[in-house]
Design a binder for this molecule. Structure first.
Ligand code: SF4
Ligand code: SF4
Length: 498
């Protein structure tokens, strides 16, 4: 478990009168009252070619190219992929590997844009105020062209989620305004300040998937956000939208848990929300959809919370994608990183920022600065069962971790390793300080590697069998040709006798 994860978090009261218990972090809402401000533009932007689940985008600009803001700079490759657009005007000075936020410390091919300071835009595409008359497929294509991905952290290309499947009609659209991790406030502020944008996106999404019912889910510690969303829904003519206030608990914002809370339906393992008739979209994604359709604006910025106990000035900043994290830290007065841990995302599911020069990407909802603490030593499992009590996926984290730690991956899979959403609730409550989530990540990585190696070996075997089969066939054909050319035995003798 990361040292910061114990920060100010406690498990309250054991089991709640709910289907399953939850953990209840202290929320640390330092940034919740900070209005959204625009961050200044850095002199150099770094745009990694993969900022979503799926295939990397392929650059469509060369070094030396002049670009304008909103201009496409990388196109999606394959179906599950998303386009990238220039975050400002300037010159492409390099396309090469650069540090990104990743636990392994790996780099990513990135497009470097030196800003010219003019911040000129192409103007994007034509806005479609007449969207209700347009075909859902056309709207979906616009959302795809604008590079919209799930901004709540899932980073799934949004247009893929919006594909209609006649076998699974979407009945309920859930707008996820639940920020269940401490310190996060970007969605909260967006709902308070820009509820109209979110509601406009909700109306478009509803039209695209044909949902009969819309629910906005917000935790009850954000009454101002609920009020703003309710007001904007009514003003936008969406009188049947239900704004649901939910108890503050973790990991409520996780898609599967939220769907269960709102609809009572569980998304079975290996299935998607659409299989239970639900589409779940983060509020910031909804606002980005409104920008794409109503104004033709691609996704080139997002709201980021700058917070954590060691952040001198907590803030919510509208940040262009590709802005280096250390540029933002300096803006907030954090100059010396000695003894400080920088985390992207919340303290429960976030990732350590190993290289502060890594850029903000579409998934960067928060940058937190936490005091570094010694990691508590791991001790043997005392089989207290706390981890079982808090697991939202109903798993047995202690057993699962033992299998992963001892490389018993088949057993780990039998214990539903891949149903783990890596929420960290189990690590959190473990009195033995066992870094359970780390074992699950290790196990998943190893299983994925084994599957890849198996697939590679299968493909090699199939290729080798096909080659042998081809050689055998060719040999048979050659033999047949030779036989057909050779005179029949005895025929020549008969001819000579005559
Ligand atoms: S919480 Fe920790 S000590 Fe308790 S059963 Fe789970 S793994 Fe073992
Ligand atoms: S096993 Fe996975 S899903 Fe369950 S509490 Fe632990 S991290 Fe969360």
């Amino acid at each position: 478990m990361h040292s910061w994860q114990r920060m100010g978090v406690r498990l309250l009261g054991g089991l709640l009168p709910l289907a399953r218990p939850w953990v209840h972090p202290e929320m640390h809402e330092d940034a919740a009252a900070a209005p959204i401000e625009s961050a200044p533009l850095p002199p150099l932007f770094v745009v990694p070619v993969r900022q979503h689940i799926g295939e990397s985008a392929e650059p469509v600009v060369d070094v030396g190219a002049r670009v304008l803001r909103d201009e496409p700079i990388a196109r999606p490759q394959g179906y599950v992929s998303a386009a990238l657009h220039a975050p400002t005007s300037g010159t492409v000075v390099k396309i090469e590997e650069h540090a990104i936020v990743h636990p392994s410390g790996i780099g990513m091919r990135s497009i470097f844009i030196e800003a010219d300071g003019e911040d000129r835009s192409t103007g994007g595409w034509e806005g479609w105020p007449d969207w209700p008359e347009r075909d859902p497929a056309e709207l979906r294509e616009r959302i795809r062209a604008c590079g919209i991905v799930g901004l709540g952290g899932a980073l799934f290309p949004t247009f893929v989620k919006l594909a209609r499947d006649p076998r699974h009609p979407i009945e309920t659209l859930i707008l996820n305004g639940v920020e269940c991790e401490p310190w996060l406030a970007c969605d909260h502020r967006l709902m308070v300040e820009e509820a109209e944008r979110i509601v406009a996106g909700m109306a478009i999404l509803r039209h695209v998937v044909g949902a009969a019912r819309c629910v906005v889910a917000i935790e009850e510690n954000k009454p101002d956000a609920a009020e703003a969303m309710e007001r904007a829904s009514i003003a936008g003519g969406l009188h049947d939208v239900a704004v649901r206030l939910l108890p503050v608990r973790y990991p409520q914002g996780s898609e599967r848990q939220l769907i269960e809370t709102i609809t009572g339906r569980q998304v079975p393992a290996g299935r998607l929300p659409l299989h239970v008739g639900v589409l779940c979209v983060n509020v910031a994604t909804s606002a980005a959809v409104a920008d794409a359709v109503l104004q033709g604006r691609p996704l080139t910025e997002r709201v980021v919370t700058l917070g954590g106990e060691a952040m001198p000035q907590p803030a919510n900043l509208r940040v262009r994608i590709g802005t280096p994290i250390d540029f933002l830290l300096r803006r907030q007065g954090l100059l010396d990183l000695e003894g400080i841990e920088i985390i992207q995302g919340g303290p429960m599911m976030g990732e350590r920022v190993l290289y502060p020069e890594a850029p903000v990407t579409k998934g960067s909802n928060a940058i937190l600065a936490m005091a570094r603490r010694p990691v508590e030593p791991e001790s043997p499992c005392i089989r207290c069962g706390h981890c079982l009590q808090v697991c939202p996926a109903g798993l047995m984290p202690n057993e699962l971790a033992a299998h992963c730690r001892n490389d018993r991956f088949e057993q780990a899979e039998a214990f539903h390793l891949f149903d783990c959403i890596e929420c960290g609730a189990c690590s959190y409550v473990c009195p033995a300080h066992i870094p359970l989530v780390h074992y699950f990540r290790y196990g998943k990585g190893q299983v994925a590697a084994i599957r890849r190696a198996r697939a590679f070996a299968d493909a090699s075997r199939r290729r080798s069998e096909a080659r042998e089969e081809r050689l055998r066939r060719e040999q048979e054909e050659r033999a047949a040709r030779r036989r057909s050319r050779r005179p029949a035995a005895g025929a020549g003798v008969e001819e000579r006798k005559q």
